[in-house]
Design a protein. Sequence first.
Length: 274
Amino acid sequence: MSARDKANRVLIHVILILVSITMLVPFLWMILTAFKTMTESTSVNPFVILPSTWRWDSFREVSANMDFLHLYINTLLLILGRVVCAVLTATLAGYAFGRLNFRGKNLMFSLVLFQMMVPGQIFIIPQYLMVSKMGMLNTIFALVFPGIVTAFGTFLLKQAYMGLPKDLEEAARLDGCNIGQTFLFIMAPLTRSSMVALGIFTAVFAYKDLMWPLICNKDVMPLSAALAKMQGQYTNNYPQLMAASLLACIPMIVLYLIFQKQFIEGIATSGGKL
């Protein structure tokens, strides 16, 4: 390796380290603020970074005022419901658009792409009216409803199925498999990395969804909506808000630690390379 290559590698690593530090600063600031007093958290002194005394008062007060057990359960059910529905519907629709021929296929897929281009806020009123007509407001189903189908997931799985060789279907057909058996036993298992990637994306989007839970539910709320209600109109208790935010980060941190390998595989590999 030449001296120029070494210098370029060092420069790349320095840039990546600086970018990583920049991304970690808000998270570190949240942790430090959670252990500060209200006076320290609102101090304009730039040198007041570490708390003078590491206090757990904010965590105790937040735990006493907020039912985190039910918030965790609601958030878990929201994520689980949206992930299962999104992966199931996107897998079926993606296979149909990617491998089957039927009348109106291009038109229907164009509608799917059109939905991806339209801001999601446009669908809030129709979705609210649909949930209201079903009498399911203020329920877990109301939280899950907007994520039952996903245009992005349909597009992602369609591309994954299109990357698979046609020989697989022909071989399955020669062995006597029908369309359902070919999909279930041959094609779907080969796209599991894309399914996992879609599941993680869906979980992240569901976890940080704020507007819809505040609109459709008053009592059955996930963590994001509960944190939003902690903010006052004129003043905020920043240590308590940061303590609650830190506790709310636990589900996604656990999710990342468990599925980080599958997430990287789903992004880096195509449907035919597992």
